[in-house]
Ligand binder design. Structure first.
Ligand code: AMP
Ligand code: MG
Length: 381
């Protein structure tokens, strides 16, 4: 339906409408493309077992063909149809976190076309918890291959409006389910090796996984971005989540962390002293960002600041985008992509963000923010 990038008419409908689900199911069965809400981000779905259908996803997104798709299922039996050698730890994770924001990587069976797995002999599988996603998988009767429903490289969509921005005229249908809950993509865990390995951090943290299955590793390439290390999730090597303007993170770092540690070990600080210190360090970040904004504004550039709630009033910038309270990971993750897209809407050319690393989801959030910033970080001491 959109193999040569010709403009097609996209149907936009509410996902809680039975007739819309029936129409979307029909489109999927016929090999078309339907965007739908999940609890993480909006997905762009096609029949996972139909190589021609999943090829259309790559065309619509402009996605590199070596970047495999996640297969969405609605019952655990599907896992045994799609994958071979399902280890006990996979079963334990499925029981603990499905339906939910966890993707598992297993050895694939022949039934899954190479076009869906980017030529890999493994397959990524997830059971989403969003009611519209669930209904669509069940009613269509197909396993749905679905990456995020954005143009490749742009921030993932967390509202149907974001999908319309990127995909209108390129896909058959968009199911609108309002704002998604989590706002960043699923945690991906590879279970094909000796020790389960996180290939992409997400809402389900390392600790949550370890509580269920014991030792879990994190793919080195996501901790230490090093051009010589190839991430095991092919998608993680591409620039991602980035607005058009240049994003820079400004982060406080103690001048000499070792000295600071020794000092606090012998001199136990009072709570007030610690509070004062945090305020001072925060102020250093605010001052640095204000200086950078002033410099760019003087050169005639449009700027934006991505700020946590308490700091927001202290920025001197036309566009201060509040991402949430510093210690509320779930709010920040729900808002981050919409804010990165807003930077484009307002035409920001230089964007400065606080480090969003003081919350329970900081591993996943900083992974996305660092990618959006192309790893540009200014440290203040
Ligand atoms: P998206 O659905 O847009 O969030 O992208 C899916 C992510 O899952 C990408 O980063 C892929 O590289 C990763 N992925 C999908 N299948 C596999 C697989 N078989 N092995 C490793 N990573 C995978
Ligand atoms: Mg994506």
């Amino acid at each position: 339906m959109n193999s040569r990038n010709e403009k097609i008419e996209t149907i936009i409908a509410y996902g809680d409408d039975e007739a819309a689900i029936a129409q979307a199911s029909d489109i999927l069965r016929k090999g078309g493309l339907v965007a739908f809400p999940t609890e993480t981000v909006y997905g762009l779905g096609a029949d996972a077992l139909n190589a021609d259908a999943s090829a259309k996803i790559y065309a619509a997104k402009g996605r590199p063909s070596d970047n495999p798709l996640i297969v969405h299922i609605a019952d655990t039996e599907a896992v045994y149809e799609l994958a071979s050698n399902v280890p006990q730890k996979a079963v334990m994770l499925m029981e603990a976190f499905w339906p939910g924001p966890l993707t598992i990587i297993l050895n694939k069976k022949k039934i899954v076309p190479d076009g869906t797995t980017g030529g890999l002999d493994t397959v990524a599988i997830r059971m989403p918890s969003h009611p519209v996603a669930m209904k669509l998988i069940k009613e269509s009767g197909v396993y749905i291959a679905a990456p995020s429903a954005n143009t490749s490289g742009r921030p993932s969509p967390t509202l149907a409006e974001h999908v319309i921005e990127d995909m209108n005229g390129r896909i058959d249908m968009i199911l609108d389910g309002g704002a998604v809950g989590i706002g960043i993509e699923s945690t991906i865990v590879d279970l094909t090796g000796e020790i389960p390995t996180i290939l992409r951090p997400g809402y389900i943290t390392k600790k949550m996984l370890e509580d269920i299955i014991g030792e879990v590793m994190i793919d080195k390439a996501i901790i230490e971005p090093d051009p010589n290390l190839r991430p095991k999730a092919p998608g993680m090597k591409y620039t991602h989540y980035a607005p058009k303007g240049e994003v820079t993170i400004v982060e406080y770092e103690p001048a000499d962390m070792k000295e600071d540690y020794q000092f606090s070990a012998i001199d136990v600080k009072t709570e007030n002293a610690i509070d004062d210190e945090i305020k001072t360090n925060n102020q250093k970040v605010i001052d640095k960002i204000n200086a950078l904004v002033a410099e760019k504004n003087a050169q005639g550039f449009k700027t934006a600041v991505i700020a946590t709630k308490d700091n927001a009033p202290y920025y001197k910038c036309d566009s201060v985008l509040v991402v949430g309270e510093a210690d509320k990971g779930v709010t920040i993750s729900a808002n981050l992509y919409a804010i990165l897209r807003k930077c484009d809407t307002i035409g920001a050319e230089y964007i400065y963000s606080e480090a969003l690393n003081q919350n329970e989801l900081s591993g996943a959030i900083m992974n996305r923010l660092l990618k959006a910033a192309g790893h540009r970080v200014i440290k203040v001491h």
